[in-house]
Ligand binder design. Sequence first.
Ligand SMILES: *Cc1c(COP(=O)(O)O)cnc(C)c1O
Length: 724
Amino acid sequence: MTTSQRVPTLAGHDFQLPRALDGLGELAYNLWWTWTPRAGSLFSRINGLAWSRYRNPIAVLASAHASRWAELEADEDFMVDASRLLDEFTRYMQNGADAWYRRQAEADPEGRLPGPVAYFCAEYGLHESMQIYSGGLGVLAGDHLKSASDAALPFVGVGLLYRRGYFRQQIDADGHQEHAQPDLDPGQLPLRRARGPRGQALEVAIEFPGRRVHAAVWVAQVGRLPLLLLDTDIPANDPADRPITHILYVRGREMRLCQEMVLGIGGVRALRELDIQPAAWHLNEGHSAFLLLERARELLGQEPGLAPGEALRRVGRDAVFTIHTPVPAGNEVFDRGLATKNLSLILNEMGLPAGELMELGRGRTDDPEAGFDMTAFVLRHASDANAVSRLHGTTATETWQPVAGHPVQAITNGVHVSTWLGRPIRRLYERALGASLGADLSDAALVDRLSAVDDFDLWSSHLQQKREFMNFTEGRLARQFARHGESPDELRQIGNALNPAALVIGFARRFATYKRADLLFRDEDRLARLLSNPGRPIQIVLAGKAHPADRPGQQVIQRIFELSRSERLRGRVFILEDYDMRIARFLVGGVDIWLNNPRRPMEASGTSGMKAALNGIPSVSVLDGWWDEGYNGRNGWAIGDREVEGDEGAQDGEDAESLYRLLEDEIVPLFFEVDENGIPVGWVRVMREAVAGSLWQFSSARMLREYVARLYLPAVRSREPATA
Ligand SMILES: *Cc1c(COP(=O)(O)O)cnc(C)c1O
């Protein structure tokens, strides 16, 4: 028996592969390669140019012709490496018997799910070549899928295929953020069309007033499990409906509502067409709330006479919900008129009056005209809900318990170790463990054995990753400044701008204002003094996008850019444009310290600091999100304390003061205190603690087990027995 969920698909490309390398075709269509670094190296050996340009094996395989394959077949090293990789892939796909879920389900029948978990999310960050994510939420969803695959959990993801994705960022010579829309070509991506019951390319339809909107169903295979992606840009639709799924977090409110109807309603219909019977439904963030309406509509069709409110209550029993942010803008609220108009057909069919729906979606407000709050609607119906760190569990319970009727649990986020670990550090851990990390570290006990790693090896692996980060960053910076028209001399300098001996501070995340990217720049004189000590060089590298509608966020980028070009800070502060998962990997693997200074308690979890910690990079962070529970006094530094000032300005001032003091008195001195071999022994001790405290505790493998035990299995148990 296999636990993987099989979805019949229509063939993708017909590559001209030689027999012996046939398996590469299947591998190219399985995102398993995104967390198997050896796969990337192999694809780059087939066509280095195509790989570096597209970073996607479909483009590589499509570019190679018979003569290239003949060369490769004659290359013994290549053939040996290819066959090893393909064997490993085959073993991963066939043999889930060792995987965590299979082992625990065999040991305890109570721990078995009678069907897959259907996981709905508006964005997925699986790899930089598939730009259907904007930030932390998407990357977390991608890591969740990867860990579900590693664990051989029956699981299926549902989302949207945004052909124009999330915007690509350029920062112009004045520091303005410019927006460009990418143009995703599904034919060039690891996507295949799902096949319907009669073998046809599957499409589902959603009723809107006066028309039906059709959506193609694509499948991205993520290891053992499928991710279904809906796409309205198909000829069956009126031209005006084709762009519904084009843009992630599209600004237009009605367009956004249409999108979320396609996700929630269309997503359920796609699962039904594929004969997938979920045992539990996970709504990751409120964007997919309409799946509850669609399931209630189905139930009412099967049990005429049931009250619509009761149908909603019943379908909520095996649904669970994850809330991801305490920031009000993170909660989707739709204007009443818009919601009533667009949902009129499904409401009619259900016999649910619009006014009653509005009551079920009332947020924390008494305003009778308040809009339809997706978060509140789901919280009222889902059997249980969780926040994404302990601290967030407390704030979310304070905010939402009155609506949900129960406290909000805390399941702290984690990251997918194989995706985020740099190769030199990974090799080091594998040597220490005497075993391959395999798909993921699956055991807390393994982590203890890492104490065998010695200081010199950890430091030199770090330096190797730091060099890789520097080369990459300098190349990107040179490209940016060439576009600004800087002189050849300037570009030569920028191409060597990073100093391997410097303490490099990394900061990368969305430029939402609550994240306070400019906190470190609050006192420019003090910062300039800190950065200009010739015996203790320090450099700061930042990256991040501000939402196109977020002007204040864009102003922060501009201010930091201008400072980075000022006389005092030039050569010491750099902003990398177009932050994505690739830049994230280089940064969280290669800087020396990771800075995070949100306004407490606005950061629900934060995950980039976890990625850094796995790589031995300690955090200096506000005690918010994961750091509130992750910080232990030895694995990094805490900015400020747990007191929150009512006045934002005062809070910012105190936190900046604390950050400067930590840098001046503790962090910088410790980093530059080296032994006779040039190793900063005290610093390496902090690095080790960062690893030990994160490798299991903040992995998505640990997170997934908690979801299974605390949400999925209880949701299955709370379902009513099937009625005859
Ligand atoms: C991890 C990650 C994030 C989330 O970072 P936070 O620390 O949670 O803000 C955002 N974007 C990318 C590309 C990431 O890899």
